[in-house]
Design a protein around this ligand. Sequence first.
Ligand code: SF4
Ligand code: SF4
Length: 389
Amino acid sequence: MAKKMNGTVIVTYRCNARCTMCNRYKAPSRPEEEITVETIRKLPPMYFTNITGGEPFIRTDLKEIVRELYKKSDRIVISTNGFFTDRIIDLCKEFPNIGIRISIEGLEQTNNAIRGLDDGFNRGYTTLKKLVEMGMKDVGFGMTVQDLNAPDLVPLYEISNELGMEFATASLHNSFYFVEAKNIIHDRPMVASHFEELVNRLLKSKSPKKWMRAYFNHGLINYIYGQKRLLPCDMSFDTFFIDPYGDVMPCNGTKDKEIMGNLNTQTWEELWNSPEADAVRAKVRSCDRQCWMIGSVSPAMHKYIWIPGMWVVWHKLKSLVMKRPYCMYENKIVREYRDGKVSKEELDQCSTCDLCAAVSDGLSEQSRQQLQTLRAEESVHAGPGEQTV
Ligand code: SF4
Ligand code: SF4
C-alpha cells in the first residue's frame, strides 16, 4: 500500500473574485481541460486533502470530486471565497464532516475593497453562519494579511472566536499560482504589531491547537521580514499539489510551475518515481523562496513537532508570569530594523517581490487561446454545466 500523503487538489483556475493580491481570475483554465474524476481516482491515499482553486465551487461537479476524494482521504478541507452560498450548503449537507475555510480579508469595507466582490463580506459571513447553524464542526475563516487589512486581523479573530470557528492566516506571496510577482508588505512593523497581538491572544487561550497557531503567526512575522523559514520545507517528498491540468507539483509557491509529472497520462507510481519528480525534489532542497503558507508549514510542524513544541512550552511558561508572553522584538531582524541596522530596501530585496519579473501563470496553451475569444469573467460561467452566479 502506498504511503499516505498530504495533497492539495486545485480543481480550477477560474475565479469569480477580483482580489488585489492575486491575478488568477485573469488567467482561468479552460473548463474542458479541468481535472476529471477519472484522474482523481489515480491519486494516492491521503491523510489530508485540501480542495482549492481559483474558486472551487465554480465547478458544478464538485460533489462528485469530493465523493471520489473521500474514498482515499481521511480529512478534506475546501478553501473558498464563500460566494456560492447555496452550493456550499448543499455540498455540506451530503458531507457534514468536511472542513470549509472561507477567505475573508477583513471587516466589511476592507474585505470588499480587497476581494472585489459585490457584497462579498456579507455573503461569506452569511455562509459561515449558516454552516455553524447546520452543526458543521470544521468551519473557519482564512485571511491573507497585508498593509490594508492588518488592523482588522484581531477584530476578525475575535469574531471567529465568538462563532466558535477556526481562524487561519497567511500573508502576501508571489508565484505562478497567484499570477503575481509584485506583492509586498510595505509597513512591516505595523503589520507585525497586529500579528504580535494575535499571537498573545492565541497563547492566552486554553486550546493547544491555538498555541500551535500562535507559532505559525510568529513565523509569519519572520516571513514578512524576508528571513529564512523557521522549519525546513519538505514539499514534494510526502506532500503534493495537483492542478486543473493534472500536473503534479511540489507546491504553489514557486515562481514558475514546477512539474513532477502529469496524472492524466501517467500512473501515480510512474509519476512519483520519475526522474522529473526527482529533479523537482532537488530544486525544492535548494529553494530560497522561504514561503510560510499553511500548505507547506502544517506538514513541517507535524514532522518537526519538537521545534514549535518547545516554542509553545517556553511561551506558555512566560504567560504564567507575564501579561504579554510574546513580543515581536524576540525576532532579531525586527530589532535590527527598529534600530536602523538594516534598511527597508534591504528587507525588500529579501522578499520574492520582483517588480521587473515576467509573471508566469501556468496556463496551458489552449486555456491561453481561450482568452482571445472569451473574457476571463465569462469563463466563470463557461463550460459543461453552465454556471449561474
Ligand atoms: S485569491 Fe482566491 S478568491 Fe482571490 S482572485 Fe485569487 S483565486 Fe480568486
Ligand atoms: S519554500 Fe517550499 S513551498 Fe515555497 S516555493 Fe520553495 S519549495 Fe515551494
